[in-house]
Design a protein around this ligand. Structure first.
Ligand SMILES: C[S@@+](CC[C@H](N)C(=O)[O-])C[C@H]1O[C@@H](n2cnc3c(N)ncnc32)[C@H](O)[C@@H]1O
Ligand code: SF4
Ligand code: SF4
Length: 401
């Protein structure tokens, strides 16, 4: 999606189609562009003799190159996006949340962070600096630990990204009553809007999205459909369902049916435990009764997830190496999955006054990273080896008929 906006804003003809092996995406439109299966590639080549395939993936780049070779595509017929775009920016425009999900830092005891909103002027300066320091900035995520829909200028932030040829990604719990804000956001047409939830009925949802109101979320999903149609925008809505033992039966089926009815993408994730500080304590054997209550709801417990994901070898840490995460108050943590403002994990006190060279150098000095990698936490947080996670989940007792 970022690449597509990058092309359009740099005077190139657009993207012909997105190619994805996920059947849930095939035959759908993403930002008004059709998604086709990899098997359609030879047909596309017939139709478009100067077709160029751009491999823009977070994972499995080598596998895709191999597959293209097997389909007789020459190396002059594809390019890896990772050779051109290496830095991915996340701007946490809101440093607080209206919910207290027990899996999140906001819902766990002992986690503290200053609360506030990034002023719009600072936001513009952050974007300007990112663009001036990085070869290509094709997309920026406007969330990390906060709830972005609490920012009254979120729509204007999306507009500013678009004015600069940058695509916008937003993730929200959508348990908000701000009609005007939602309307303005949709008018600004962010490329990607993830809606995070964990149930269809309050009984299940309230346990894991504590403080939220699933009926309000559902009414906002209808409202989203209405606004998208009214303003004729192409925002991709991805309803991301967090799986637990108490919500993967009837709750899941009902939410999937609702998303099908509304024409939204429906994706699932085995719920993780966040943030890194809590995971490290767990790995060190520190007892935590609050965490134990959450663990009883997980389909894949922390150690099981770490074990499954550690089967995938990674060099370094993708969160440290490819991400630049800027907090609402301009501080820069080493990655998006640490939460506390411990000086040992901050790599800059003011992003606007610190060069990228300095930020990169400071990231290499963070001692916590050694421990985190030794415990296998980056791979766990990426959810690597999902097939194994699914096998483990399949052995668990489900309490949602
Ligand atoms: C901390 S949230 C902040 C954004 C927003 N408040 C939300 O919940 O979508 C950042 C991302 O973490 C994801 N997330 C939250 N809890 C999760 C969990 N238990 N397992 C996996 N992902 C989770 C959300 O889907 C969201 O995209
Ligand atoms: S996961 Fe999102 S909605 Fe839940 S507490 Fe964290 S920031 Fe808020
Ligand atoms: S090693 Fe851990 S703490 Fe360091 S950047 Fe990666 S995920 Fe974050």
């Amino acid at each position: 999606m970022g690449f597509s906006r990058f092309l359009a804003s740099n005077g190139h003809s657009g993207v012909t189609a997105f190619v994805d092996s996920d059947p849930a995406l095939q035959d759908k439109q993403v930002n008004g562009i059709s998604v086709v299966s990899p098997q359609s590639l030879p047909v596309l080549r017939e139709q478009y003799p100067s077709l160029m395939i751009v491999i823009a993936v977070a994972l499995k780049e080598q596998e895709i190159i191999q597959m293209l070779g097997d389909m007789n595509f020459g190396s002059d017929e594809y390019k890896a996006y990772s050779n051109y775009c290496t830095d991915f920016y996340t701007i946490d425009v809101v440093g607080t949340c209206n919910l207290k999900c027990p899996s999140c830092a906001h819902g766990s005891e002992g986690m503290e962070s200053p609360r506030g909103l990034m002023p719009f002027d600072n936001f513009k300066k952050v974007v300007d600096k990112a663009i001036s320091e990085t070869g290509i900035v094709s997309h920026i995520s406007l969330f990390s630990w906060g709830e972005p829909l609490l920012h009254p200028k979120l729509g204007r932030m999306v507009d500013y990204l678009h004015q600069n040829g940058v695509a916008a990604a937003v993730s929200s719990n959508l348990s908000i009553k701000e009609d005007k804000l939602l309307r303005k956001l949709i008018q600004s047409s962010p490329e990607y809007l993830k809606v995070s939830l964990s149930g269809y009925y309050p009984d299940a949802y309230n346990q894991t999205h504590t403080g939220g109101d699933i009926n309000l979320v559902k009414s906002n999903l209808y409202r989203l459909r209405y606004l998208i149609d009214k303003y004729q925008v192409t925002t991709l809505v991805d309803v991301n369902y967090h799986l637990y033992t108490n919500n993967c039966g009837k709750n899941l089926r009902k939410m999937k049916a609702l998303c099908d009815e509304l024409g939204f993408l429906f994706s699932t994730i085995y719920s993780l435990v966040m943030p890194i500080e809590r995971l490290i304590s767990h790995c060190k054997g520190v007892e935590n009764s609050q965490l134990d209550r959450l663990r009883s709801l997980l389909l894949v417990d922390i150690d099981e997830g770490i074990g499954a994901s550690s089967k995938v070898e990674i060099n370094g840490c993708p969160f440290r190496d490819n991400q630049i995460n800027i907090n609402w108050d301009l501080t820069v943590p080493v990655c998006c999955i640490v939460f506390n403002r411990n000086p040992d994990i901050m790599v800059a006190n003011n992003y606007l006054k610190t060069s990228m060279t300095k930020i990169d150098a400071a990231k290499r000095e963070v001692k916590l990273c050694g421990q985190c990698m030794a415990f296998g936490l980056p791979a766990y947080n990426m959810g690597f080896n999902r097939d194994r996670w699914a096998e483990i989940a399949g052995t668990k007792e489900i309490v949602d008929s």
